[in-house]
Ligand binder design. Sequence first.
Ligand code: SF4
Length: 395
Amino acid sequence: MKTSLDKEEKGAGPADRKSGGPGSALSRRRFLAGSAAMIAMGMAGIPPVRSGPGVPRREASFCSGPGGGAVQCLLCPHSCTIPPGGRGKCGVRENVDGSLYSLVYGRPCSMHLDPIEKKPFFHVMPGTSAFSLSTVGCNMTCRFCQNWQISRAKPEDIEAGYAGPDEIVERALSVSAGSIAFTYGEPVVFFEYMYDIACAAREKGLRSLVVTNGYCSIEAIKKLCGRVDAVKIDLKAFDDAYYKRICGGSLKPVLDSLVEVRKAGVWLEIVYLVVPTLNDGRGEIGAMSRWIISELGPDVPVHFSRFFPQYRLTNLPPTPVSSLEAARKICIGEGARYVYIGNAALAEAESTYCHACGRMIISRKGHMVTGTEMSGGKCNHCGAVIPGIWREGKG
Ligand code: SF4
């Protein structure tokens, strides 16, 4: 039986940058049919997930009861007040008889074994594979979403099935993954599931990685940081109006999340999707770079990613390579030590250079690591300590 982890499909999962990238344009129907089949049949050498009656539903965390049968969800800055029988903006948290429930706990819609570079994490165990999963749902509405088939789907679009946290960890171990990544859709909206998997993974010595828009309450970010090893946040612009108009969110909570993750000592990387005419101004890139240096420090890797027209933003061309190179130059000029360009097949800008001696220490081509000049987290040429997580194992 062909499964989602068969060799030819490794690394062919949904996109991780949720934006940009020349991803295939699956129809919604075809995608959902594939997701349902994936859940029904399980993966290489592992029994299928359970489905049907008996699938547990999970009461949600981070909520309060304002009265009148309504509940308020406090998981993300939307702070939705949800009437009985209603759902929040993300579409996956429902008020059932005055209590808030997650409708996606234990219900992954997509599972793949991906190169960790695809997330992208460039300073976390290079060359290893991440067991990557998502449920449906998202708390933003980005017009350029690359994974809209997941982010915009409703729980009932996916055939019911159940894979609990221990089962996910067993699946990851059985395919020799170096980590588990919560990605593709928006892991904030399946917080309870992600958190429980991260706890189970840590017990088994597996690291957990979060690929998120960072649109999350500080309370939830703090709790998460106690259990995960690395977080990649999409900083979609350095302009609140852009967040509101293009993404259905706001800038400040994302900046707060970036600061909180850094403060917690959890490894952090940033992706900035450069969208022509919308967020590619030199002033904006410069201001963002200065903010990163002053609030997060020079060691946080910044990935400038190439936009490709898709979903509801098809009237713009792909980002010119010159814009990406200009953004990288500005960011380096402001003091950032590790600045990359993604989705553009520029090997030179995908490789890692020692901040102390400037020599190449990790060479990459696409999502492949083609060479390393590091040992024990240090540059082989000058011995400088390179920031990141360089070994597998318990976080
Ligand atoms: S997680 Fe969902 S229900 Fe909760 S506040 Fe955010 S959008 Fe609303």
